[in-house]
Design a protein around this ligand. Sequence first.
Ligand code: HEC
Length: 144
Amino acid sequence: MRYARYQLMAFTMISIVIQPSVLAAEEMVLEKVMKGHEKNMQLIAGGIAREDYEQVVKASLAVIDPPHPSSTLGEKLKLMGFLGSNIGRFKDLDRDTKERAAVLAKTARGKNGEATIAAFQRLQMSCLACHAEFRKPFQDYFNH
Ligand code: HEC
């Protein structure tokens, strides 16, 4: 028990030491998640156009729970450094997107085209809300 804890501590310390250099070369998890969002939004739009509501439901659920590797401790620390006291706001905006994606999935199950399009629009607005506040600062901070 105690040994395991020391091991974890040592691992954590090593992560802190080695991550920054690794991060410089690697794409951040946040960017992978965003690319996934982009793909799923295209699938949703395509599903609406073909009235393939199953596809809309599937892609909406993928927006809520995107498959991605968990962030390294180094990335978490970098993100925390960037967000600072805005972390609560960032999380709220992230939650909005997930809630609206859940509403979209539910609406699409009803196979009502107009309602589905309206729910899709509300989801897009939530993406825009976070980008309007955080995209530019993110790029400035991480030197994109
Ligand atoms: C909680 C904040 C937040 C939410 C919500 C959010 N994004 Fe983003 N997104 C960001 C940030 C920050 C960036 C800038 C990342 C960068 O430039 O590397 C970004 C960048 C992107 C990019 C550009 C990625 C690239 O490789 O240049 C796409 C595409 C994107 N988001 C799509 C979406 C979509 C679609 C949604 C909604 C389903 C969404 N995002 C919701 C924060 C958010």
